[in-house]
Design a binder for this molecule. Structure first.
Ligand SMILES: [Zn+2]
Length: 488
């Protein structure tokens, strides 16, 4: 029997209540008491949000009691790379050039679980880094219920101009005649017509959004990276050995934005420097990523234009933490200045360059910069939704309201008094389905069920039980905060 349009019989259609005693409302930026959220697991939506007159409530079959915990909407990481793992383990070139596609996909599957268990129910994933549109395929696998993970909104290949964002080798002999054959790291596009075509290719490949390199350190072959051994070092390199310079003219940036607008998807622009960031803001991009340097002295002009154009800044401080200390410090000061000036911030760590599951580091650093706890949490929820394009994403998430996705997480401690509270996620629900309860993963493994004597199979997914943590819910250990990330 084939019922393609029916709701799977394994998903219950009756609603249940999630009772809370303390809940963060990112729209109002307040912690509210005694709220109950009604969830429909059949649609994965919030049905109602109710303020109870008192602490007490009746608990019915299927209801979830999160009292005593601090409840937040599922978190949004606005800058991730699901196919990348920590650069401390292996650098980006090695991952793109040397790892098999299978290894990268298996790792990504683990990354998705780690992120979900860390309370991140949405990922704005900004490029596969030499794996084509595999991010769209992984998104579809998660959406089809084949493997657990955050809701992925993906860029597929990033756009970059010729000779800009690619795997480079000094030896140009052999291969296809143009040098050693290496995977392509981006969708190369030049000129107004060329970039419009590239946006169309990305949309056709399944992208939810466009990622463009507005600038990059593309002059690396002027003074190639030092290698070990005699003769391996450039003896007298210039002070600025390989600064980030623009990849696209203003006309090309505008064409990218206009073409993305036709497809009704947002644009994220990578900019290491304020100059390219300013051009990107003027072109009307949705978000600007990074902004680590201000060689041109355009910071104030940039903030002014971003505020005017409502451009969201994703400062990726968690990856900047690996930069030299003085540079990291200047990044933090720039974020505080932008925050005070009124530039909209979204929390995205460039997660992947450090391990998935440690996503909350970005929010911790935002708070260290001087962003209030409430605004930092808003940057990791509502602003994340906006960075995904808001309603263009096709969903509402990041706050509690009727019709929104039922993405609900709970912390053991209060982030207003515990700076590491976001590391203590004990409950995770995404789309009305529970993935973590009492600090333990649940339901992570799909187990085929023998039919009962009547020939019925009840559940396609095993409920491994809230009280009895599964022994093998992850094939690799979950990442732990350590090293430089420990300091506050
Ligand atoms: Zn990135």
């Amino acid at each position: 029997m084939c019922l393609p349009h029916s709701v799977p019989t394994t998903i219950p259609s009756t609603t249940f209540q999630v009772h809370t005693s303390l809940l963060f409302d990112p729209k109002e930026k307040v912690f509210a008491k005694n709220i109950s959220i009604e969830v429909n697991p059949g649609t994965g939506e919030i049905v109602a949000v109710t303020k109870r007159p008192s602490e007490s409530f009746n608990i019915n079959d299927g209801d979830i009691d999160l009292t005593g915990k601090v409840v937040l909407p599922g978190l949004v990481d606005s800058h991730t790379h699901i196919f990348i793992h920590s650069y401390e383990e292996r650098n980006g070139t090695q991952q793109m050039r040397d790892q098999s596609a299978v290894e990268r996909i298996v790792r990504a599957t683990n990354h998705a679980r780690a992120a979900l268990l860390a309370g991140y129910t949405t990922y704005r994933d900004l490029g596969t880094e030499a794996l084509g549109n595999a991010d769209a395929n992984l998104r579809d696998c998660i959406n089809r219920g084949l493997t657990p993970g955050p809701r992925l909104l993906v860029a597929t290949d990033a756009l970059a101009s010729s000779g800009s964002y690619e795997l480079r080798v000094e030896n140009k002999l052999g291969g296809n005649g143009l040098g050693l054959s290496v995977p392509r790291a981006c969708d190369v596009a030049d000129g107004v017509d060329g970039v419009r075509a590239a946006v169309r290719r990305r949309v056709g490949d399944g992208a939810d959004l466009i990622k463009v390199y507005a600038d990059y350190r593309r002059k690396t072959m002027r003074f190639p990276p030092d290698v070990p051994g005699p003769g391996g070092q450039v003896l007298f390199p210039p002070k600025r050995r390989n600064p980030a310079v623009p990849l696209y003219s203003k006309e090309e940036m505008e064409a990218i934005v206009k073409e993305a607008q036709l497809a009704e998807i947002p644009v994220a622009a990578h900019a290491g420097e304020t100059k390219a960031a300013l051009w990107a803001a003027e072109a009307g991009v949705t978000t600007i990523e990074h902004i680590f340097e201000d060689s041109a002295g355009l910071e104030q002009a940039l903030f002014h234009r971003m505020k005017e154009k409502k451009t969201i800044w994703v400062p990726t401080l968690a990856t900047a933490e690996a930069l030299p200390a003085d540079m990291f410090q200047s990044c933090k000061l720039r974020v505080k200045k932008a925050y005070d000036y009124g530039v909209r911030l979204a929390a995205g760590g460039d997660t992947g360059t450090f391990n998935h599951g440690l996503n909350a580091r970005e929010v911790e650093i935002l708070i260290q910069c001087g962003v209030s706890v409430e605004d930092a949490l808003e940057a990791a929820t509502v602003a994340g939704w906006e960075a995904c394009g808001g309603d263009l994403s096709g969903f509402r998430f990041g706050w509690f309201e009727k019709g929104n996705r039922a993405d609900i997480i709970a912390l053991e401690t209060d982030p207003r008094s515990d700076e590491k509270a976001l590391r203590k996620v004990s409950f995770v629900m995404k789309d009305g389905r529970v993935w973590k309860r009492d600090g333990f993963a649940v339901d992570m493994i799909s187990v085929p069920q023998w039919p009962d004597d009547d020939g019925n199979t009840s559940e396609g997914w095993s409920d491994l039980g809230a009280g009895t943590p599964p022994k093998m819910y992850m094939s690799v250990p979950l990442p732990v905060f350590r090293g430089r990330n420990q300091s506050s």
